[in-house]
Write a protein that binds this ligand. Structure first.
Ligand SMILES: Cc1cc2nc3c(=O)[nH]c(=O)nc-3n(C[C@H](O)[C@H](O)[C@H](O)COP(=O)(O)O)c2cc1C
Length: 352
């Protein structure tokens, strides 16, 4: 019997309506990406990793990552750091920001992060990792989840020893991306480890890595006993992959592709401001228009256009029917009652 992806599940008291989770991705998981993920079937969405040091220093850009829109619940905000006290303080701010789950990053393999003792390097320090989870769980009423890799070294099985300790320390859910940190994104995710982890803990486990189709999602759920699958790269510029996984997919038309891209562009400009959005969005043009959907020179041209207005004009000229789809998307946009930063506790700004 295939697992029903539409069956709700819970992380402690947080109900998640589908078994599809949108992965946290630095430089990708902006609000527009998360809300789009929800529209296309993800039951849970995650912020990209937010630096605890940035929160402590009240870095304006970091605080921007704590913005939560009314239509993206349930939402996990992910934090990374290595100091239990600082992580606990960050967790309180995540709760104040309106997230439903505090997620801890023990998976980031990037040097800039691991050399500070954060991310995947905590898998080499299980005592500290457990102290971090305990401090965070103590600091917040929200459920705490942890996302981790299999270990730091190739072939490592450390996740199987560390995972149960983190649950003992208070983790209400674990997500496993079963590659080593050393592997980065090479090789493949070994979900036999996910199955082993599921058998060792009594909290929901989410399987992450190389899941991009309904067939693969069903196979991973059936063979691992995981509660949900997490999808990352397959959803970049391709929310239709999420719909396909949910069993509701059809190939998008050119108009739909252009409309979704334009909607994403507009939302991102609203979120990041035009200057930041202009650079941020460039990678998305290739992701949306690639996969043989539009000719290469067209993608290349978009990247060179200096303003968002020009990008819009050029895209609409290539697919005029996108106008209508875009209007529909804009009309369906709920009145968003954003929890803006000014409504967060004053301490967020360090007083006054
Ligand atoms: C560009 C990029 C950024 C990522 N950033 C994060 C992050 O901030 N936090 C995290 O836990 N994982 C991060 N990941 C890992 C993904 O969440 C996911 O575990 C991994 O990509 C494997 O899943 P996939 O094969 O579906 O992409 C990132 C991955 C990519 C490709």
């Amino acid at each position: 019997m295939p697992v029903d992806l539409n069956e709700p599940w819970t992380i402690r008291d947080v109900e998640i309506p589908t078994r599809l989770v949108l992965a946290p991705m630095a430089g990708v998981s902006v609000q527009a990406f998360r809300r789009q993920g929800r529209r296309f079937g993800a039951g849970l969405v995650c912020s990209e990793m937010v630096s605890v040091a940035g929160i402590q220093h009240r870095n304006e850009r970091t605080l921007g990552y704590l913005r939560v829109a009314a239509d993206e619940h349930p939402l996990a905000i992910q934090i990374f750091g290595s100091d239990p006290h600082a992580m606990a303080e960050a967790a309180r701010m995540v709760e104040a920001a309106g997230a439903d789950i505090v997620d801890i990053n023990f998976g980031c393999p990037v040097k800039k992060v691991t050399k500070t003792g954060a991310g995947a390097s905590l898998l080499d320090e299980p005592d500290r990792a457990a102290r971090v989870v305990a401090a965070v769980a103590e600091a917040t009423r929200l459920p705490v989840s942890v996302k981790m890799r299999r270990g730091t070294a190739n072939g490592s099985r450390d996740c199987l020893a560390v995972g149960p300790r983190l649950v003992e320390a208070g983790a209400a859910s674990l997500t496993l991306h079963p590659r080593s940190a050393k592997q980065m994104y090479t090789g493949s995710a070994d979900h036999s480890l996910t199955a082993e982890l599921v058998s060792l803990v009594d909290v929901p486990v989410v399987a992450s890595g190389d899941i991009g189709s309904r067939a693969r999602a069903q196979a991973v759920l059936a063979t691992t006993g995981a509660s949900a699958v997490m999808v990352g790269r397959a959803a970049q510029g391709n929310p239709w992959a999420l719909a396909e996984i949910m069993g509701a997919g059809s190939e998008p038309s050119r108009a739909e592709i252009v409309a979704e891209l334009l909607f994403f562009v507009r939302e991102t400009v609203r979120e990041l401001g035009e200057t930041r959005a202009t650079g941020f969005l460039k990678k998305f043009y290739g992701w949306y228009l690639g996969r043989g959907r539009f000719p290469k020179p067209f993608k290349q041209e978009l990247v060179t256009l200096p303003t968002i207005d020009e990008v819009e004009t050029r895209l609409l000229a290539a697919a005029p029917e996108a106008h209508e789809v875009l209007e529909r998307l804009e009309a369906e946009l709920p009145d968003v009652d954003e929890v803006l930063l000014d409504s967060l506790p004053i301490s967020l700004y360090g007083g006054g």
